[in-house]
Design a protein around this ligand. Structure first.
Ligand SMILES: Cc1cc2nc3c(=O)[nH]c(=O)nc-3n(C[C@H](O)[C@H](O)[C@H](O)COP(=O)(O)OP(=O)(O)OC[C@H]3O[C@@H](n4cnc5c(N)ncnc54)[C@H](O)[C@@H]3O)c2cc1C
Length: 499
């Protein structure tokens, strides 16, 4: 399925395993679900992309870290294939297992509390970002988090994490101060940069490889209303030129690394077929501005003057910003990441539009698909250096997301995502040649840490763990040998243990 999952040498579960697990958990509140029983089992194996759903041999729904520890230790000792579900949004199938043991954190471990004095969120490992947003809103607090509320805190944080607030506060991992992790041995450990600098460094970027995080403690910040919404345009060459020029003006860093939005603006430029357009391809400019309406209207004036036919921008409570781009749940989907650097070339955007239109015109099962150029001010992400995440830089994330319903279209849709990201790669290469500087760090298509300029949390088909972690890979291998020598956590950019 174009998955990034490393082939697992682990075994599937047997009926004896199920009996033993039931007995080990009999005096706890955990639930054991088997393939023959119920709506609960179906809900546990359901994924944001239905193409990422796999039939687990058994599902355990825990309610505490102790219960998680019993299950992890059992899978570890028995060599059983183990999958962990946070929000279930990975499109690569890495939170699923075919016949193995699934720990579903999302069903009953998604509580969020807040310490308003210390300005901290305490978030259980299966929570979604919408859970954090809602609790935060009650206290006018927020933290950088996923831009689509139904996305899981777990996977998004452990792989780095970008959000609308990243322009001001950096990545999610830059705001992660403490965690509780269940290691492969079954040990439950409270970890922070102070108590366990090496392990905490590892889980800030490569976290899915080191254990099950049952609690995240994240910094909380005062957060009032935000100016946000979408401008939608017919994608004529004239409009594209104006929107691209305005976007370049707002988000291209000057020689001192400052952008006009100064960390307060974020959003994106996307092609899609939004429902009100009755099937027509449209250009969408998403605006999230952390300031007043008056400031935003002044700053984004060229975008308003480019002639949107729909304008949903308004002052809104912060949680609304994470509901603006909410693709439907349960289609088949592949969210393939790519990268680009500012300034964007209008001709390139026209090329992307042409390929998007050709793909979605050519197959009526693919009309919900999206291509997105994400924009924000990367200076805070560049300024921080926490963790094993190796993809910091001035480049921005692009996202190619085919969505479809019929399994027979899997291959065609994934190939389209490959081809589209190939276009972005060629554009980067051409930019590098044209400027003579290369991109980010002057090393071709790799960033300063030698990692490929791709965000590992977006589905990557062809990249290897070394590409994603760059020069951090050997240190990760060493830590993997210490904390997970048997490679129990092996599904997302697996790290080969090396003592
Ligand atoms: C609609 C949508 C919007 C997105 N928006 C953003 C965005 O704004 N910013 C961004 O950075 N990324 C975004 N992503 C990408 C996102 O970061 C990844 O899809 C991520 O894997 C989602 O985490 P999850 O917990 O929902 O996924 P899952 O599929 O549940 O898990 C993904 C991986 O993380 C592991 N995992 C999850 N929780 C835990 C835990 N508590 N402990 C240990 N391992 C765990 C799983 O085992 C698996 O390996 C988005 C994805 C989608 C589909």
């Amino acid at each position: 399925m174009g998955s990034i999952t490393t082939p697992s040498s682990k075994r599937t579960v047997t009926s004896d395993d199920i009996s033993t697990l039931k007995s080990l958990l009999s005096s706890t509140n955990a639930t054991v679900l088997t393939p023959d029983n119920s709506a609960e089992y179906s809900a546990s194996i359901a994924r944001w992309s239905s193409a990422a759903r796999k039939p687990a041999g058994v599902v355990v729904v825990p309610t505490t870290a102790d219960e998680v520890a019993i299950v992890v230790k059992y899978a570890s000792d028995q060599g059983i294939d183990l999958a962990v579900k946070g929000g279930g949004h990975s499109t690569a199938g890495v939170s699923s297992t075919d016949g193995g043991l699934l720990i579903d954190l999302n069903a009953k471990m998604r509580n969020v509390t807040v310490d308003t004095d210390k300005k901290l969120f305490f978030v259980q490992g299966g929570a979604a970002w919408g859970d954090v947003d809602q609790v935060g809103a009650q206290h006018k607090l927020a933290t950088p988090g996923g831009t689509v509320a139904d996305t899981g805190v777990g996977g998004l944080t452990l792989g780095g994490g970008y959000g609308w607030l990243s322009g001001q506060r950096g990545l999610v991992i830059d705001n992660w101060v403490e965690g509780t992790i269940v290691l492969a041995s079954g040990e439950i450990k409270k970890v922070s940069p102070q108590s366990d600098p090496d392990l905490f460094w590892a889980i800030q970027g490569a976290g899915q490889n080191f254990g099950v995080v049952t609690e995240f403690v994240l910094k909380a910040y005062d957060q009032g209303d935000v100016f946000a919404g979408m401008l939608i345009y017919p994608p004529t060459p004239d409009v594209i030129e104006k929107v691209v020029a305005a976007t370049n003006d707002l988000y291209t860093p000057n020689s001192e690394g400052r952008t006009k939005v100064a960390g307060r603006g974020a959003g994106g430029v996307a092609f899609g077929r939004p429902p009100p357009a009755e099937g027509k391809v449209m250009l969408m400019a998403v605006i999230i501005y952390f300031g007043t309406e008056q400031e935003a209207k002044e700053l984004y004036k060229p975008l308003y003057e480019a002639g949107p036919v729909v304008d949903t921008t308004a002052m809104v409570p912060y949680p609304v910003t994470n509901t603006l781009l909410a693709p439907p749940i349960g289609l088949r989907a592949s969210m393939k990441g790519t990268a680009y650097t500012m300034p964007i070339r209008a001709g390139f955007v026209e090329q992307v539009l042409a390929e998007y239109a050709k793909f979605t015109d050519g197959n009526d099962d693919t009309g919900v698909s999206l291509v997105l150029f994400e924009v924000y001010d990367p200076s805070q992400v560049v300024a921080h250096d926490a963790g094993s995440f190796a993809n910091r830089g001035w480049h921005l994330n692009g996202m190619v997301c085919p969505m479809w319903t019929k399994e027979e279209n899997d291959q065609q849709c994934r190939q389209w995502a490959r081809d589209m990201t190939g276009l972005f790669k060629t554009e980067l290469e051409n930019q590098a040649k044209a400027t003579g500087k290369g991109v980010d760090g002057g090393v071709g298509l790799r960033g300063k840490k030698g990692a490929t300029m791709l965000y590992g949390n977006y589905d990557q088909y062809d990249e290897k763990s070394r590409d994603i972690f760059g020069e951090n890979y050997p240190r990760l291998q060493h830590l993997k040998a210490q904390y997970d020598p048997g490679n129990v956590f092996n599904k997302l950019f697996a790290i080969t243990p090396q003592a």
